[in-house]
Each structure stands twice: as C-alpha cells, then as structure tokens.
Design a protein around this ligand. Structure first.
Ligand code: SAM
Length: 444
C-alpha cells in the first residue's frame, strides 16, 4: 500500500495483537455523568461525549443501552464531532446523513445540532429498521428517518447545510475489529466501491446549500476510495473547496493531500491512533455556479392533520407544550418541533418517511396508547407514574419475562437508574409489559 503514514510492521503488529479497543459515546440528554457506567477509562480526545472502556462488556445485558444512555461507537468515527466544531455551521442546521444505518453518526449529529433537523437516510430496508430502533432509543425530537435511494434525493435541491456521506466501502479499516471483513476484501470490490461512491456523490451533491459542507468518509485504506474520491469531488464540482481541519500532533492522525486537486484528507491508522481505520475529508460549497436552480414544488402532505377531538385525547394523557405540531402518519400521532416545521413538512413531502420527530402513540376511541418512542424521549419527563426497578427486574422487563411487580393502575414508565426503559400497564393483580417484542432481549 503506497499511502502516506502507512507503516507495514506496526500496522501488522496491531492487527495480530489480542487487544481490541472499545469505546462508547454517552447521550448528554440522558446522563450527565459517566458514574452510571462501568469500565470507563479515558475520554476520546476529539469528541466531547466519547469514552474508552477498559473491557468490552456484553452490552445487551446493560439496561442503560436499551434506555439510549450511550451508543457503542468506534472512536475514529467520533472525529465527526471535532469536524463540526471546526466548521462554520449553526446549531439549527439542516443535515443529511445519507448512509446512516445503524446510526452512529446520526445519533452524534442529533446530539450536536440540538435545534436543527437531521435527515437520517438508509437505503436498505432491513438496516433502516435498525436505524429507527437506535434513533428511537436516543430519544431526541430533531431527527427524521427516511428509506430512500440516493437518486431519490434529486428533489431535495440545495436543502442541506451539512451532508454526511459515510460511504459504503470495501471495509479494510475494520480488519482488526471484524475478521470476516478480511475474507470479503478484494481489489475488484475496491473498484466497485469507488464507482458506487462516485455515483452516490453525483446524486447527492446538488442537495448541498451554497455555504454548506459535505463530510465524506470511509472505513477503507484504499486511495481509490479516499483521496481519489476527494479529487473526484473537487474536479467534478469546482464550487466545492477543500477544508483543512486542525488536528493535534499527539492524536497521531495522518493529514494527507490528494494527488490532483490538493484536497485535505485525514487518515486514522490503528497502529497510530486509539481507533480503527478511517478516512475523512471535508468540502465547502462556496458558490452557486454548478447546479442550475429549479423550482421546488411542495407536494401534497401525505400526513393527516390531527383533529381537535384527537388533540384532547392526547392532552388527557400528556400535557405537551405548544412547541410541537401534531401530524398523523398512518395510525401514529407524531410530535414535530414547531421551530423547524416548514423544513420537516418539505422533507415529508419528498421522501419515504420511517419516523419523524417523536411518535407519541395512537388513538383508539377515547383511549391514548403511548408509543415506545414517547417513553424514550424527553417528553417522558411529563409522565407522573414511574416505577423504578433493579437490574434483574429491568432485564426481565427487556426480555418480556414474567415480572413479580405491582404498579399503580394505568400506564407507568418503568425506569432503571432514573432512565425510562418503556411502558407497563398496571392492572389489579398484575402488570402488562409493553416493551416492543421485536426489540426484546433474546440472549440468556
Ligand atoms: N453511518 C453509519 C454509522 O455511522 O453508523 C454507517 C454507514 S455504513 C459505513 C454504509 C451504509 O451505506 C450502510 O448502512 C449501507 O447499507 C449503505 N449503503 C449500501 N449501499 C448503498 C448505496 N448504493 N447507496 C447508499 N447507501 C448504501
């Protein structure tokens, strides 16, 4: 491999070593201190909420992961936080995370742009379902999960301040973490990935606003998928300028410059940094010359307005502040942040929506059936009936096993360490468990 910063001997040694890194990013809206978590060692230098662990626990058996208190994310990927801190973007930015499943970068973006909107897209349907699960558990109201092919974004001309393209790639950067990736690697696949990356970029770049940024990343070491793609971006789109990101020397991140267009790139080698293999490059759209403007007609809203009577049913259950607008999506009632409602409606009109804002629940006659998403969100703070349980009981709940528990009549939030895990319904002699069956713990 002829890549700046690559050292065969140390690179091979680190891959043969038994030491594997584990890192997590905590959810700042759910836990304010890491005291609740085990095995924390040191912070990840480039990400405010990132931490390394001294060992890798079986996360499935940690109730707090199901409460969305943290996300297990590879440390190099968290560099996105540092990039966002070093570019000129507003807190209410409109962001597209195009290849978003399982949701590592989406949850980071959601925590970073608290007042913005993150469109988290995943083309593969089964992976989009996993993305929804992670977004629901994270619990913020600023995300929209979509399930579209990059081509279908043609209608989203210049809508986004930031586009994150964490591209599907040949995966060599994951060799240490995932041995199966080694067997799947081939030179033909690198070429195939590089062509696909170019195609996705051509589809998506017109969606970037003037003054906006695109962050392109892969977990591949291949120049064809990294610096050569950076060259492609600038060559094909002269209005995109390379952006240099300041890095501290002690981080050992290798700064590269592409052959043809002198675009900056940042390489993470596992023998140098505390993280897996990763490449990232950032570009700013400086003018409007490339992409011809066209009208953006807003299509008819596919969602149904919530009636006054339905609102009364919702408010008899939860007294939500006026900062949300309600929309009915099939059977579900969604609460969408009013501050960004026009943009959210525009996205809903253009893409295939899996989830938007917070799903509050559904209405059956005069009854309100709360959604798991509501339990996971900050709006759950408005619910008075809460039952705190210990770890064993929490795991029984998450397994949907028999629980020897009596709770006040009606809907209760079940909590572990003051964080909601989901709903139970108190009946005279027992409780009903409303944890989503498809997410229950199956491992014993
Ligand atoms: N950003 C994610 C995160 O941080 O958790 C990881 C994304 S992964 C590197 C790349 C994603 O691209 C996968 O979820 C994959 O399903 C998706 N993908 C595969 N082929 C694609 C295509 N042709 N267009 C867009 N996305 C694709």
């Amino acid at each position: 491999m002829h890549v700046k910063g690559f050292n065969k001997a140390t690179f091979e040694a680190v891959h043969l070593s038994e030491d594997k890194l584990t890192s997590i990013r905590i959810n700042p809206d759910k836990i304010s201190s890491v005291d609740l978590l085990d095995y924390i060692t040191e912070p990840v230098a480039w990400c405010k909420d990132g931490y390394y662990l001294s060992e890798r626990p079986v996360f499935t058996f940690h109730p707090l992961i199901h409460a969305g208190a943290f996300y297990v994310q590879e440390a190099s990927s968290m560099f996105l936080w540092h990039i966002l801190n070093n570019i000129d973007v507003n807190e209410n930015a409109k962001v597209l995370d195009l290849c978003a499943a399982p949701g590592g970068k989406s949850t980071l973006l959601s925590s970073f742009f608290k007042d913005g909107v993150i469109v988290c897209n995943e083309v593969i349907q089964s992976r989009a379902a996993i993305l929804v699960e992670n977004i629901v558990k994270w619990g913020n109201d600023n995300t929209i999960v979509t399930n579209n092919d990059p081509r279908q974004f043609a209608d989203c001309y210049q809508l986004f301040d930031v586009i994150v393209l964490d591209a599907p790639c040949s995966g060599s950067g994951m060799f240490r973490k995932d041995n199966a990736a080694i067997g799947e690697w081939s030179a033909e696949n690198v070429l195939h990935c590089s062509q696909r990356q170019q195609r996705i970029l051509s589809d998506i770049l017109p969606c970037l606003k003037t003054g906006g940024y695109i962050v392109y990343s892969t977990c591949s070491y291949s120049k064809e998928e990294d610096e050569d793609i950076a060259d492609f971006i600038v060559k094909e789109n002269p209005s995109l300028q390379t952006v240099q990101i300041p890095v501290k020397e002690e981080w050992n991140i290798v700064e590269t410059i592409s052959d043809k267009e002198n675009a900056w790139g940042y390489r993470f080698f596992p023998d140098k940094v505390k993280g897996e293999g990763f490449f990232v490059s950032v570009f700013k759209k400086t003018d409007n010359t490339d992409f011809p403007a066209f009208d953006r007609p807003v299509k008819e809203d596919k969602n149904v307005v919530v009636t006054k009577t339905e609102k009364e049913v919702i408010h008899s259950f939860i007294d939500i502040a006026a900062e949300y607008e309600y929309l009915r999506n099939r059977d579900s009632i969604l609460a969408l942040p009013m501050a960004n409602i026009e943009f959210i409606r525009l996205i809903i009109s253009k893409l295939y929506i899996k989830r938007a804002g917070i799903e509050l629940g559904s209405i059956k006659g005069k009854d309100f059936i709360p959604s798991h998403h509501l339990a996971m969100s900050k709006l759950s703070g408005l619910i008075e009936q809460k039952v705190e349980v210990d770890k064993e009981m929490a795991l029984n709940y998450l397994r949907k096993k028999e629980m020897n528990l009596i709770a006040p009549k009606g809907w209760n939030l079940i909590q572990y360490k003051n964080l909601s895990l989901g709903w139970i319904k108190g009946l005279p002699n027992r409780i009903n468990n409303y944890y989503p069956s498809e997410w229950r713990i199956l491992k014993s």
